[in-house]
Design a protein around this ligand. Structure first.
Ligand code: ADP
Ligand code: MG
Length: 344
Protein backbone atom coordinates (compact mmCIF):
# COMPACT_ATOMS: atom_id res chain seq x y z
CA UNK A 1 0.00 0.00 0.00
CA UNK A 2 1.24 3.44 -0.83
CA UNK A 3 2.34 5.35 2.24
CA UNK A 4 0.11 8.22 3.19
CA UNK A 5 1.74 11.56 2.53
CA UNK A 6 0.82 14.42 4.75
CA UNK A 7 2.12 17.92 4.61
CA UNK A 8 1.34 20.69 7.02
CA UNK A 9 3.07 23.94 7.54
CA UNK A 10 4.00 24.78 11.12
CA UNK A 11 5.03 28.29 12.03
CA UNK A 12 6.22 29.01 15.55
CA UNK A 13 8.07 31.94 17.13
CA UNK A 14 11.28 30.63 18.59
CA UNK A 15 11.90 33.53 20.92
CA UNK A 16 9.67 35.73 22.94
CA UNK A 17 9.79 38.60 25.40
CA UNK A 18 9.13 37.55 28.99
CA UNK A 19 7.01 39.83 31.12
CA UNK A 20 8.35 40.91 34.47
CA UNK A 21 6.24 41.61 37.56
CA UNK A 22 6.32 45.32 36.83
CA UNK A 23 5.34 44.78 33.17
CA UNK A 24 2.25 42.94 34.24
CA UNK A 25 1.11 45.77 36.51
CA UNK A 26 -2.63 45.99 36.25
CA UNK A 27 -2.82 49.64 37.24
CA UNK A 28 -2.87 51.81 34.19
CA UNK A 29 0.01 54.03 35.25
CA UNK A 30 1.95 55.83 32.59
CA UNK A 31 4.89 53.55 33.35
CA UNK A 32 3.21 50.30 32.33
CA UNK A 33 4.50 49.07 28.95
CA UNK A 34 2.29 49.59 25.89
CA UNK A 35 2.28 47.20 22.92
CA UNK A 36 1.25 48.19 19.38
CA UNK A 37 0.75 45.43 16.80
CA UNK A 38 0.89 45.37 13.01
CA UNK A 39 1.15 42.70 10.33
CA UNK A 40 3.94 42.98 7.76
CA UNK A 41 6.60 40.76 6.12
CA UNK A 42 4.02 37.99 6.42
CA UNK A 43 4.48 38.07 10.16
CA UNK A 44 3.51 39.90 13.34
CA UNK A 45 5.33 43.11 14.23
CA UNK A 46 5.01 44.13 17.87
CA UNK A 47 6.36 47.34 19.23
CA UNK A 48 6.42 47.70 23.01
CA UNK A 49 7.28 50.97 24.68
CA UNK A 50 8.78 50.68 28.17
CA UNK A 51 9.69 54.33 28.63
CA UNK A 52 7.09 56.49 30.37
CA UNK A 53 4.15 57.47 28.18
CA UNK A 54 4.86 60.18 25.61
CA UNK A 55 2.42 62.39 23.81
CA UNK A 56 2.23 61.27 20.17
CA UNK A 57 3.30 57.68 20.84
CA UNK A 58 0.55 56.27 18.65
CA UNK A 59 1.83 58.42 15.77
CA UNK A 60 5.35 57.13 16.29
CA UNK A 61 4.06 53.54 16.21
CA UNK A 62 2.03 54.28 13.07
CA UNK A 63 5.07 55.73 11.32
CA UNK A 64 7.09 52.64 12.30
CA UNK A 65 4.34 50.45 10.80
CA UNK A 66 4.34 52.48 7.59
CA UNK A 67 8.11 52.06 7.40
CA UNK A 68 7.69 48.31 7.75
CA UNK A 69 5.12 48.30 4.92
CA UNK A 70 7.47 50.38 2.78
CA UNK A 71 10.31 47.88 3.29
CA UNK A 72 7.93 45.05 2.46
CA UNK A 73 7.32 46.83 -0.85
CA UNK A 74 11.05 46.83 -1.49
CA UNK A 75 12.38 43.48 -0.20
CA UNK A 76 9.59 40.91 -0.35
CA UNK A 77 10.13 38.62 -3.31
CA UNK A 78 6.51 37.46 -3.19
CA UNK A 79 5.20 41.00 -3.49
CA UNK A 80 4.73 41.73 -7.21
CA UNK A 81 5.18 45.46 -6.60
CA UNK A 82 8.53 45.06 -4.86
CA UNK A 83 11.92 46.13 -6.15
CA UNK A 84 13.18 42.63 -5.52
CA UNK A 85 10.43 41.23 -7.71
CA UNK A 86 11.61 43.55 -10.49
CA UNK A 87 15.20 42.32 -10.17
CA UNK A 88 14.09 38.69 -10.13
CA UNK A 89 11.79 39.08 -13.16
CA UNK A 90 14.66 40.37 -15.35
CA UNK A 91 17.83 39.08 -13.70
CA UNK A 92 20.19 39.90 -16.57
CA UNK A 93 19.18 43.56 -16.90
CA UNK A 94 18.21 43.77 -13.24
CA UNK A 95 16.67 46.94 -11.87
CA UNK A 96 17.64 50.33 -10.57
CA UNK A 97 16.77 50.22 -6.89
CA UNK A 98 16.48 52.41 -3.82
CA UNK A 99 19.49 53.02 -1.58
CA UNK A 100 18.02 50.65 1.01
CA UNK A 101 17.62 47.72 -1.38
CA UNK A 102 21.10 48.31 -2.75
CA UNK A 103 22.52 48.42 0.77
CA UNK A 104 20.71 45.28 1.93
CA UNK A 105 21.79 43.25 -1.10
CA UNK A 106 25.33 44.52 -0.79
CA UNK A 107 25.38 43.61 2.94
CA UNK A 108 23.95 40.18 2.08
CA UNK A 109 26.76 39.58 -0.36
CA UNK A 110 29.22 40.60 2.37
CA UNK A 111 27.75 38.05 4.83
CA UNK A 112 27.83 35.40 2.12
CA UNK A 113 31.57 35.98 1.66
CA UNK A 114 32.15 36.09 5.42
CA UNK A 115 30.42 32.73 5.90
CA UNK A 116 31.92 31.12 2.81
CA UNK A 117 28.50 30.82 1.19
CA UNK A 118 26.68 29.20 4.14
CA UNK A 119 24.43 32.26 3.90
CA UNK A 120 23.61 32.86 0.25
CA UNK A 121 20.65 34.94 -1.00
CA UNK A 122 20.96 33.40 -4.49
CA UNK A 123 19.47 30.24 -2.92
CA UNK A 124 16.16 31.71 -4.18
CA UNK A 125 15.44 29.30 -7.11
CA UNK A 126 15.81 26.44 -4.62
CA UNK A 127 13.53 28.04 -2.00
CA UNK A 128 11.00 28.50 -4.84
CA UNK A 129 11.03 24.74 -5.48
CA UNK A 130 10.35 23.92 -1.83
CA UNK A 131 7.67 26.67 -1.77
CA UNK A 132 7.53 26.41 2.01
CA UNK A 133 5.19 29.36 2.51
CA UNK A 134 2.52 28.56 -0.06
CA UNK A 135 2.62 24.95 -1.18
CA UNK A 136 5.22 23.06 0.87
CA UNK A 137 6.36 19.84 -0.76
CA UNK A 138 9.52 17.83 -1.47
CA UNK A 139 10.72 18.73 -4.98
CA UNK A 140 12.27 16.28 -7.44
CA UNK A 141 15.99 15.78 -6.84
CA UNK A 142 16.78 16.49 -10.50
CA UNK A 143 15.08 19.87 -10.22
CA UNK A 144 17.00 20.72 -7.06
CA UNK A 145 20.30 19.81 -8.66
CA UNK A 146 19.53 21.90 -11.74
CA UNK A 147 18.62 24.96 -9.65
CA UNK A 148 21.61 24.47 -7.37
CA UNK A 149 24.11 24.92 -10.23
CA UNK A 150 23.33 28.63 -10.32
CA UNK A 151 23.42 29.33 -6.59
CA UNK A 152 26.40 31.64 -6.22
CA UNK A 153 26.45 34.98 -4.44
CA UNK A 154 29.51 36.00 -6.49
CA UNK A 155 27.21 36.34 -9.51
CA UNK A 156 25.42 39.34 -7.97
CA UNK A 157 26.40 42.52 -9.80
CA UNK A 158 25.99 45.80 -7.92
CA UNK A 159 26.75 48.96 -9.85
CA UNK A 160 25.37 52.50 -10.02
CA UNK A 161 22.24 51.71 -7.99
CA UNK A 162 21.49 48.77 -10.27
CA UNK A 163 21.33 45.18 -9.09
CA UNK A 164 21.60 42.39 -11.63
CA UNK A 165 22.58 38.76 -11.86
CA UNK A 166 24.85 36.83 -14.20
CA UNK A 167 22.51 34.04 -15.43
CA UNK A 168 18.86 34.14 -16.49
CA UNK A 169 17.82 31.43 -14.01
CA UNK A 170 19.21 33.28 -10.99
CA UNK A 171 17.18 35.16 -8.40
CA UNK A 172 17.46 36.62 -4.90
CA UNK A 173 15.66 35.73 -1.66
CA UNK A 174 16.14 38.15 1.24
CA UNK A 175 14.03 36.09 3.69
CA UNK A 176 17.07 35.23 5.80
CA UNK A 177 18.16 38.83 6.47
CA UNK A 178 15.46 41.40 5.61
CA UNK A 179 13.65 41.36 8.96
CA UNK A 180 16.93 42.02 10.76
CA UNK A 181 17.74 44.97 8.48
CA UNK A 182 14.24 46.41 8.95
CA UNK A 183 14.42 46.02 12.75
CA UNK A 184 17.65 48.06 12.73
CA UNK A 185 16.05 50.83 10.65
CA UNK A 186 13.10 50.89 13.05
CA UNK A 187 15.42 51.14 16.04
CA UNK A 188 17.25 54.09 14.45
CA UNK A 189 13.91 55.77 13.77
CA UNK A 190 12.63 55.25 17.34
CA UNK A 191 15.87 56.54 18.83
CA UNK A 192 15.60 59.63 16.62
CA UNK A 193 12.20 60.17 18.30
CA UNK A 194 13.85 60.01 21.75
CA UNK A 195 12.41 56.58 22.59
CA UNK A 196 14.89 55.31 25.19
CA UNK A 197 13.32 52.01 26.26
CA UNK A 198 11.43 49.71 23.89
CA UNK A 199 11.36 46.33 22.22
CA UNK A 200 10.92 45.71 18.51
CA UNK A 201 9.68 42.20 17.87
CA UNK A 202 9.51 41.56 14.15
CA UNK A 203 8.31 37.99 13.79
CA UNK A 204 10.69 36.75 16.47
CA UNK A 205 13.63 38.99 15.51
CA UNK A 206 13.95 40.86 18.79
CA UNK A 207 15.75 44.15 19.09
CA UNK A 208 15.85 45.99 22.40
CA UNK A 209 16.35 49.69 22.93
CA UNK A 210 17.89 50.62 26.30
CA UNK A 211 16.83 48.67 29.37
CA UNK A 212 13.70 47.88 31.36
CA UNK A 213 13.68 50.54 34.12
CA UNK A 214 17.27 49.83 35.03
CA UNK A 215 16.88 46.06 34.70
CA UNK A 216 17.79 43.76 31.83
CA UNK A 217 15.19 42.70 29.31
CA UNK A 218 14.48 38.97 29.51
CA UNK A 219 14.14 37.15 26.22
CA UNK A 220 12.99 33.54 26.32
CA UNK A 221 14.28 30.91 23.87
CA UNK A 222 11.36 28.53 23.41
CA UNK A 223 12.04 24.89 24.08
CA UNK A 224 12.08 23.29 20.60
CA UNK A 225 8.88 21.39 19.78
CA UNK A 226 7.52 21.94 23.34
CA UNK A 227 3.80 21.26 23.66
CA UNK A 228 3.20 24.27 25.86
CA UNK A 229 3.81 27.80 24.72
CA UNK A 230 5.58 28.87 27.89
CA UNK A 231 8.33 26.25 28.04
CA UNK A 232 11.77 27.75 27.65
CA UNK A 233 15.21 26.25 27.19
CA UNK A 234 16.75 29.41 28.65
CA UNK A 235 16.23 33.14 29.10
CA UNK A 236 18.68 35.69 27.78
CA UNK A 237 19.23 38.79 29.92
CA UNK A 238 20.24 41.74 27.80
CA UNK A 239 20.00 45.45 27.24
CA UNK A 240 20.36 47.33 23.97
CA UNK A 241 20.98 44.20 21.90
CA UNK A 242 19.43 42.08 19.18
CA UNK A 243 18.42 38.45 19.71
CA UNK A 244 17.64 36.39 16.61
CA UNK A 245 16.97 32.66 16.39
CA UNK A 246 17.02 30.36 13.39
CA UNK A 247 15.62 26.94 14.06
CA UNK A 248 14.07 23.93 12.43
CA UNK A 249 10.96 24.14 14.61
CA UNK A 250 10.26 27.64 13.31
CA UNK A 251 8.79 26.98 9.90
CA UNK A 252 8.49 23.40 8.70
CA UNK A 253 6.24 20.77 7.21
CA UNK A 254 6.07 17.01 7.56
CA UNK A 255 5.92 14.53 4.75
CA UNK A 256 6.08 10.77 5.27
CA UNK A 257 6.98 11.37 8.93
CA UNK A 258 10.01 13.44 8.05
CA UNK A 259 10.44 17.07 8.95
CA UNK A 260 11.43 19.50 6.21
CA UNK A 261 12.31 22.96 7.47
CA UNK A 262 13.10 26.27 5.83
CA UNK A 263 16.89 26.65 6.27
CA UNK A 264 18.51 25.24 3.17
CA UNK A 265 22.03 24.00 2.73
CA UNK A 266 23.46 25.81 -0.32
CA UNK A 267 25.70 22.77 -0.93
CA UNK A 268 22.85 20.26 -1.24
CA UNK A 269 19.67 22.26 -1.85
CA UNK A 270 17.94 20.30 0.95
CA UNK A 271 17.00 21.48 4.45
CA UNK A 272 20.16 21.40 6.57
CA UNK A 273 20.58 18.05 8.29
CA UNK A 274 22.74 18.20 11.40
CA UNK A 275 22.36 17.73 15.17
CA UNK A 276 20.95 21.24 15.76
CA UNK A 277 17.48 22.39 16.70
CA UNK A 278 18.37 26.09 16.73
CA UNK A 279 20.97 28.83 16.87
CA UNK A 280 20.38 32.13 18.64
CA UNK A 281 22.68 35.05 17.89
CA UNK A 282 23.10 38.00 20.25
CA UNK A 283 24.57 41.07 18.55
CA UNK A 284 24.29 44.84 18.43
CA UNK A 285 22.64 45.00 15.03
CA UNK A 286 19.81 42.70 14.03
CA UNK A 287 20.82 42.45 10.38
CA UNK A 288 24.06 40.80 11.45
CA UNK A 289 22.19 38.56 13.90
CA UNK A 290 19.70 37.50 11.22
CA UNK A 291 22.30 36.66 8.56
CA UNK A 292 24.58 34.90 11.03
CA UNK A 293 21.88 32.86 12.79
CA UNK A 294 20.94 31.37 9.42
CA UNK A 295 24.62 30.95 8.42
CA UNK A 296 25.82 29.34 11.67
CA UNK A 297 22.84 26.99 11.58
CA UNK A 298 24.05 25.85 8.15
CA UNK A 299 27.65 25.52 9.43
CA UNK A 300 26.58 23.26 12.30
CA UNK A 301 27.68 23.18 15.94
CA UNK A 302 31.43 22.82 15.69
CA UNK A 303 32.15 25.14 12.79
CA UNK A 304 29.39 27.59 13.79
CA UNK A 305 30.57 27.90 17.38
CA UNK A 306 34.16 28.45 16.39
CA UNK A 307 33.03 31.04 13.80
CA UNK A 308 31.19 32.95 16.56
CA UNK A 309 34.11 32.69 18.97
CA UNK A 310 36.43 34.13 16.37
CA UNK A 311 34.06 37.01 15.49
CA UNK A 312 34.02 40.32 17.37
CA UNK A 313 30.82 41.49 19.01
CA UNK A 314 28.56 38.46 18.61
CA UNK A 315 27.57 35.66 20.99
CA UNK A 316 25.53 32.52 20.35
CA UNK A 317 23.47 29.79 21.95
CA UNK A 318 23.27 26.54 20.00
CA UNK A 319 20.63 23.96 21.01
CA UNK A 320 21.35 20.40 19.89
CA UNK A 321 18.73 17.72 19.36
CA UNK A 322 19.47 16.26 22.82
CA UNK A 323 18.25 19.63 24.19
CA UNK A 324 21.74 20.57 25.42
CA UNK A 325 22.80 24.21 25.25
CA UNK A 326 26.18 25.17 23.82
CA UNK A 327 27.30 28.72 24.59
CA UNK A 328 29.91 30.91 22.94
CA UNK A 329 32.86 32.07 25.07
CA UNK A 330 31.36 35.42 26.11
CA UNK A 331 28.21 33.97 27.74
CA UNK A 332 27.49 32.45 31.15
CA UNK A 333 24.50 30.40 32.32
CA UNK A 334 23.31 29.86 35.91
CA UNK A 335 21.22 27.06 37.44
CA UNK A 336 18.00 28.93 36.60
CA UNK A 337 18.97 28.71 32.91
CA UNK A 338 19.52 32.47 32.81
CA UNK A 339 22.09 33.53 30.25
CA UNK A 340 24.15 36.69 30.67
CA UNK A 341 26.85 38.32 28.60
CA UNK A 342 30.10 38.23 30.58
CA UNK A 343 31.27 41.68 31.71
CA UNK A 344 27.95 43.39 31.00
P1 ADP B 1 13.00 33.38 9.47
O1 ADP B 1 12.69 33.84 8.08
O2 ADP B 1 11.97 32.46 9.98
O3 ADP B 1 13.32 34.50 10.39
P2 ADP B 1 15.81 32.70 8.94
O4 ADP B 1 16.34 34.04 9.23
O5 ADP B 1 16.60 31.56 9.48
O6 ADP B 1 14.32 32.48 9.42
O7 ADP B 1 15.80 32.61 7.36
C1 ADP B 1 15.26 31.54 6.68
C2 ADP B 1 14.82 32.05 5.34
O8 ADP B 1 15.97 32.48 4.60
C3 ADP B 1 14.17 30.99 4.48
O9 ADP B 1 12.78 31.00 4.63
C4 ADP B 1 14.61 31.37 3.07
O10 ADP B 1 13.79 32.41 2.58
C5 ADP B 1 16.00 31.94 3.30
N1 ADP B 1 17.09 30.94 3.31
C6 ADP B 1 17.04 29.61 3.52
N2 ADP B 1 18.26 29.07 3.51
C7 ADP B 1 19.13 30.09 3.31
C8 ADP B 1 20.56 30.17 3.20
N3 ADP B 1 21.34 29.11 3.32
N4 ADP B 1 21.09 31.40 2.99
C9 ADP B 1 20.32 32.50 2.88
N5 ADP B 1 18.99 32.48 2.97
C10 ADP B 1 18.39 31.29 3.19
MG1 MG C 1 18.18 34.77 9.36
Amino acid sequence: MKEKRISFLFIIFTITVLLTACDAASDNTSNAPRTYTHFCFDTVFQLTFYSSYQEGEQNIADTAFQMCDKYDQLFNKYNKESELYRINSHPLTGAKVSEETFELISDSRYYAGLTDGAFDITISPVTDLWDINKNPHVPKKSKINKALKYVNYQDIILKNNRVKLSYPTQSIDLGGIAKGYVADQLKDFLESKQISSAIINLGGNILTIGNNQGEDFKIGIKKPFAQKDDEYSATIHIRDKSVVTSGIYERYFEENNKIYHHILDPETGYPVENNLYSVTIISDRSEEGDALSTATFVMGLEKGLSFVNQSEGIEAVFITKDYKLHLSDGLTINDKQEIHITNE
